[in-house]
Write a protein that binds this ligand. Structure first.
Ligand code: SF4
Ligand code: SF4
Length: 182
């Protein structure tokens, strides 16, 4: 029997310093749950939805699936989208760290080439916007304790850090690509 499943690309091993020297390419896929069909979510969303960072208007807006009314044009203003999502109110569960809040961001600027830029890039933003994926608070500790950190970027094939694993300096895996692990 032949396995016709596509082989996933190999992981890249990289040091934390080298990973941090890379730049976000603005693919935008981590800024809106709809770009991963709801896979990518926000955790710990405060009740004000970061309005304090967005001129008093909610910045991160929870979404839920909803069929678009027939003939209705896509419109974030109406809370509806052609792909079957709509705005919903914040609820208490959204404040939990592990609660998967599907979201869109009011500062997100979709580009004609498919990328998506941050309209608040030069302004204060939620911490995680600047931390993801190589400046998360746990990374140094996890790298020291475990000896590697597989970045949580598998859902984003266009991401600068897609399928990268952080390893310590002088790790022998830095010299060669690893076999696929998933
Ligand atoms: S503030 Fe900018 S980086 Fe953060 S989710 Fe919105 S668009 Fe993305
Ligand atoms: S998925 Fe990666 S490259 Fe794309 S916007 Fe997010 S951090 Fe940047």
């Amino acid at each position: 029997m032949t396995n016709h499943e596509p082989t996933p690309p190999e992981r890249t091993y990289i040091t934390l310093d080298d990973a941090r020297a890379l730049e976000c390419n603005g693919c935008g896929d981590c800024c809106d749950s709809r770009r991963t069909d709801g896979y990518w979510t926000w955790g710990t969303l405060p009740p004000d939805q970061f309005a304090s960072l967005n001129n008093g208007q909610p910045l991160i807006i929870p979404l839920e699936r909803a069929p678009s009314p027939e003939g209705s044009p896509p419109s974030d203003d109406a809370g509806l989208s052609a792909d079957g999502w709509r705005n919903r109110s914040h609820d208490q569960a959204d404040e939990l760290e592990l609660h998967p809040t599907r979201f869109r961001c009011a500062a997100f600027l979709p580009q004609p080439d498919g990328r998506g830029l941050c309209g608040n890039h030069d302004r204060p933003r939620p911490d995680r916007c600047g931390e993801y994926p190589v400046r998360m608070p746990h990374i140094e500790t996890e790298l020291a304790e475990v000896g590697e950190v597989a970045l949580n970027t598998s859902a984003f094939p266009n991401c600068t850090w897609h399928r990268m694993t952080l390893v310590p300096n002088h790790d022998p895996r830095l010299a060669k690509p690893a076999p696929p692990t998933d």
